[in-house]
Design a protein around this ligand. Structure first.
Ligand code: ADP
Length: 257
């Protein structure tokens, strides 16, 4: 009897888990459709206005066409992020190699320098040597890119971003801090959720999709790491990513890329 009761209990738990997974999937599809519908509706509206306004001022028409272009760009970004998430769900991680976090971060910060300049944000770095982990370079670049881009995006003109990589015992830590708008305490646990945004208007204006941090979390996890978000003292936010440090076996191969 006890065995039957235990079996029934396990069966119930399994059904609950399946139901939860199904609900998460359904919510994701519904959220994704909503996100795609909004720019599509704008494009429709703008195109209709151009078609229906007799003798429209060419300057106004040009503005509308440029808005259509921005909305199309937004659709591209959303679909790219959705595809990235689907790939993370369905494909195994690529072959891992020893990668130096400091070197990859240096390159990513270089790529984002023009964005920081345009936003009037200064990026300071402290990248220590020998921060090698097992990862794929593409994933590590994407993780770093999303965090640094956010630190620039959710910042003020004249603000600063601090990027550091260093060894901490048997881990390598990548920290991205900023003096920006900060994240309210109650939102902190939710920022890694799909489509979650603290300030929807600001995210939208900055070209956000609400998916950047969930991509970061999924990528970090599949390489055995963790990521946290907390307030930075005295202002702004601090994101920390930790990975197991790669220690080459004696006499083994494995040069950092
Ligand atoms: P988005 O595409 O909207 O930037 P993300 O998944 O990258 O989406 O981030 C989710 C939300 O978390 C953002 O909309 C923003 O509200 C908040 N956020 C992320 N990074 C920061 C940061 N460095 N400072 C303040 N808020 C941030």
């Amino acid at each position: 009897r006890d065995e039957m009761a235990q079996l029934a209990e396990e069966f119930n738990q399994l059904t609950d888990r399946l139901q939860t997974t199904e609900e998460v999937r359904r919510r994701f599809v519904s959220d994704a459709s909503h996100e795609l519908k909004t720019p599509l509706a704008s494009i429709r509206l703008l195109a209709d206005s151009i078609l229906q306004t007799e003798g429209m001022d060419p300057a106004v028409a040009r503005d509308f066409v440029s808005d259509i272009g921005s909305e199309a760009e937004r659709l591209t970004r959303i679909t790219e992020h959705l595809l990235a998430l689907t790939r993370l769900d369905s494909l195994p991680a690529g072959k891992q190699f020893p990668v130096d976090v400091s070197q990859v971060t240096e390159r990513v910060v270089g790529r984002l320098q023009p964005v920081a300049d345009a936003a009037g944000v200064e990026v300071e770095r402290s990248l220590k040597p020998d921060c090698v982990i097992l990862c794929t370079e593409d994933d590590l670049s994407q993780i770093c890119f999303n965090l640094v881009e956010n630190a620039i995006k959710y910042n003020y003109s004249g603000g600063r971003v601090f990027v550091s990589a260093y060894q901490d015992g048997d881990q390598v830590l990548l920290e991205v801090g900023d003096t920006g708008v900060g994240i309210p305490e109650e939102d902190l646990p939710k920022v890694f959720n799909r489509f979650y945004r603290v300030d929807k208007a600001r995210s939208r204006a900055a070209g956000g999709t609400g998916l950047g941090l969930s991509i970061v979390r999924d990528m970090v996890r599949r390489h055995g790491g963790w990521v946290t978000a907390r307030p930075r003292n005295p202002e702004g936010s601090l994101f920390t990513v930790g990975f197991p440090r790669y220690v080459p076996e004696a006499g083994g191969k494995g040069e950092a890329q």
